[in-house]
Design a protein around this ligand. Sequence first.
Ligand SMILES: [Zn+2]
Length: 148
Amino acid sequence: MAPDIDQFKALLKQKNLKATPQRVAVHRAMLALGHASADMVVDYMAAQTDAKITVASVYNILSMLSDQGLYSRRMSSNSKMYFDVNSCKHIHIYDTTSNGYKDLMDDEFISMVESYVKKHKPRGYKVDSIDIQLVCRPSGRGKKSTRQ
Ligand SMILES: [Zn+2]
């Protein structure tokens, strides 16, 4: 689960980072957006407040938070750098019609793949992480068990 604002401030403090108004505002936008590029965060913030912040500043904050392990990075199929407010293990559903991500929390799926990869290591490589992404388009039916 993504940290709420208070948890986010506590995490920054743990890492000796200041909870500046800009960082908190970026996190607030990321909580609402889930997965977003710097441009999307700027657009969201511009729609919510009068505060002016440049794409470059937002990008720097998002990158710093990813380097610190609070967020994770994803390169989307339309070649945009997306940031993910969730850094825990989860599966992604990539919607090719909207170029958007949804999280799929399925520990059973992940542990199945992890144990398979443990037994069938690719020759000549050490596996650092496993990234599962289902490339999908909406079926028009219900969307249980997914979360933005
Ligand atoms: Zn995600």
